[in-house]
Write a protein that binds this ligand. Structure first.
Ligand code: AVJ
Length: 331
């Protein structure tokens, strides 16, 4: 299965953009689902939120009044763009990890001095190809070199790119979906990939009032609830399961000792679902942990980055200090 060789597998240990791919394309899906639902407590990997409908629901989430991260990060990129851009070496190539929509790259682009190439890295080839075409049309002088890869695993940059100074771009607080230890390992891998003259621009969601955090993951319109439940809908469709979606409710709680928002699907009653002939029993009130979204203080994130080989950190934030964009340098 996809997680073989990893000692710990927790909900949300992988990422948002990865699975925009089409139905049933991932052969590890069944194994991951049976593995997660066979554990105590039950879990499902957050990466499986993003089928077509899940990606659409996530885009809807980013526009919700309660979901502050996306608009706050875009505001920071606009307000601090000139300063962030001035930290980036002229003529650099920018590598975006889990590029998704490229909307954030487009906001940063005007501030990047003579960018020589844009390298979006994403697991969804279809998505990458379409976005690359649109960018080429809008910026005919920009070299767009998409890489189809899971950035949480080792991958190669396109030939010729290594000669240029490199800027890494990892927005969206995607790093929050990793367990802190894995987040550190990931930053260390980015350091090795990007080299000693790199700059890494990372978006990080900050610790804040519990009410604000929980509302962002449990909105009044119930879009996040639909997003969470869509995981079961996808399992029903792609794995021939028979989850009763009305039998589960969405729950988002802030786990303060671990500084993370947890999303759960809670069984409303005792019930049994079948997944490809495997019975999965639920007690009333039993939950499936579907996602963790870690929140950092600026100090804690700088410490994590420092230990991962990024000792120099500039921090940019919004007036309410909801979100931070870091520009990290290896020396
Ligand atoms: C895409 C992982 C950054 O954790 O805020 C949004 C995903 N989950 N609402 C986040 C998400 C529920 C999002 N990330």
């Amino acid at each position: 299965m996809a997680h073989s060789g990893r000692a710990r597998v927790t909900a949300g240990s992988r990422l948002k953009p990865p699975s925009r791919s089409s139905a049933g394309a991932n052969p590890a899906f069944l194994a991951d689902v049976l593995y997660g639902l066979g554990r105590q407590p039950k879990t499902l990997p957050a990466k499986y939120f993003y089928d077509l409908e899940g990606s659409r629901l996530f885009e809807e989430i980013t526009r919700l009044p309660e979901y502050y991260p996306t608009r706050t990060e875009l505001g920071i990129l606009d307000a601090s763009g000139p300063e962030i851009g001035s930290l980036c070496p002229p003529g650099a190539a920018l590598v975006e990890f889990g590029s998704g929509s490229t909307a954030k790259f487009r906001r940063l682009l005007p501030h990047l001095p003579r960018l020589s190439a844009y390298v979006p890295v994403d697991v969804s080839a279809d998505f990458l190809g379409a976005e690359a075409e649109r960018l080429r049309a809008d910026y005919p002088d920009l070299r767009v070199l998409p890489v189809e890869a899971d950035f949480s695993r080792p991958f190669r940059l396109p030939a010729g790119i290594g000669e240029r100074p490199l800027v890494g771009f990892f927005p969206g607080s995607t790093i929050g979906n990793f367990e802190p230890e894995d987040a550190g390992l990931l930053l260390a891998r980015f350091r090795d990939l990007l080299g000693p003259d790199a700059v890494l621009i990372v978006g990080v969601d900050l610790v804040k009032d519990v009410g604000v955090l929980e509302a962002a993951y449990d909105d009044a319109q119930g879009v996040t609830a639909q997003f969470n439940l869509n995981m079961l809908r996808r399992i029903n469709r792609e794995l021939g399961a028979d989850f009763d979606l009305d039998g589960f409710s969405h729950r988002a709680v802030y786990n303060a000792p671990l500084s993370r928002i947890e999303m759960h699907l809670v069984s409303r009653r005792a019930q049994t679902a079948q997944v490809r002939g495997h019975p999965i029993h639920f007690a009333a009130g039993e939950s499936i942990h579907t996602e963790s979204s870690y929140k950092y203080t600026t100090d804690r994130f700088e410490e994590l980055a420092d230990h991962a080989g990024w000792p120099r950190a500039r921090m940019f934030t919004d007036p309410r200090r909801l979100f931070a964009v870091f520009a990290l340098q290896p020396r």
